[in-house]
Design a protein around this ligand. Structure first.
Ligand SMILES: Nc1ncnc2c1ncn2[C@@H]1O[C@H](COP(=O)(O)OP(=O)(O)OP(=O)(O)O)[C@@H](O)[C@H]1O
Length: 210
């Protein structure tokens, strides 16, 4: 891994205007996240928080402004659990293992290192005991953590988390905070969307969407 200086922005969103289906969603929004730092995005329902994460991840093309990534391709977007089907026909372990696909290539056979990373990711969010369970048989909070495990398994330099603690119990919330802290300690830059700043043990910057 190339070393990244702690002050290097891993990602910058610069004066973004984003429309979805012709409707203005983001106007003049800027954000930056450094390696080893947490930037939080807050704002009311419909303010465009998910759209901002998706735009940083390259899913929407801004009509104005731009996104600059220090390491394009090193982005893990963890959507809200409502973004995936509750009937997804895979186990928790398989969902997390998908986080390694970019490294394992088309055959998708996990080597020992990949398997260790997947196990560590499941353990980090406290669902290692659920790895053989179908995703369809998870509670909402378990499903949210399974998605986070997949994102952690990617070991990307930039982690984009959409309401990762939504409706989690205290213990799960602590596990997610600890997982974020571990990633940050390793130099990952994290952008977190939340409705409640007090859910987060630490953050370095806050972006408020109107
Ligand atoms: N495909 C789409 N076409 C048109 N409008 C959309 C589309 N997707 C989202 N929107 C609208 O864009 C706005 C922003 O949505 P977004 O999901 O980014 O908000 P959010 O801040 O994440 O909301 P929440 O807190 O409810 O998760 C909303 O008004 C939504 O209705």
């Amino acid at each position: 891994m190339t070393r990244v200086h702690a002050t290097t922005p891993l990602a910058r969103a610069i004066r973004l205007d984003v429309d979805l289906d012709g409707h203005p969603v983001l106007r003049d929004v800027s954000l930056s996240v450094r390696a080893g730092a947490v930037t939080v995005v807050v704002g009311p329902n419909g303010a465009g928080k998910s759209t901002l994460l998706e735009t940083i991840a390259g899913l929407h093309r801004p009509r104005a402004g731009r996104v600059e990534l220090a390491f394009p391709g090193e982005v893990a977007l963890v959507p809200q659990r409502s973004a995936i089907s509750t009937r997804l026909p895979v186990t928790v372990g398989e969902l997390a293992a998908m986080g390694r696909w970019r490294r394992t290539g088309a055959l998708r056979r996990l080597g020992r290192d990949d398997r260790a990373i997947v196990s560590a990711s499941l353990e980090a969010v406290g669902i290692a005991d659920l790895r053989r369970r179908p995703v369809a048989a998870l509670s909402g909070g378990q499903r949210q953590r399974a998605l986070l495990a997949q994102g952690l398994a990617r070991r990307a330099r930039l982690l984009l988390l959409d309401e990762p603690m939504n409706a989690l119990d205290d213990e799960s919330r602590s596990a997610v905070n600890a997982a974020i802290q571990t990633a940050v300690s390793g130099g990952t830059g994290v952008v977190v969307v939340t409705h409640a700043l007090d859910e987060l043990d630490r953050f370095d910057a806050v972006i408020r969407l109107p």
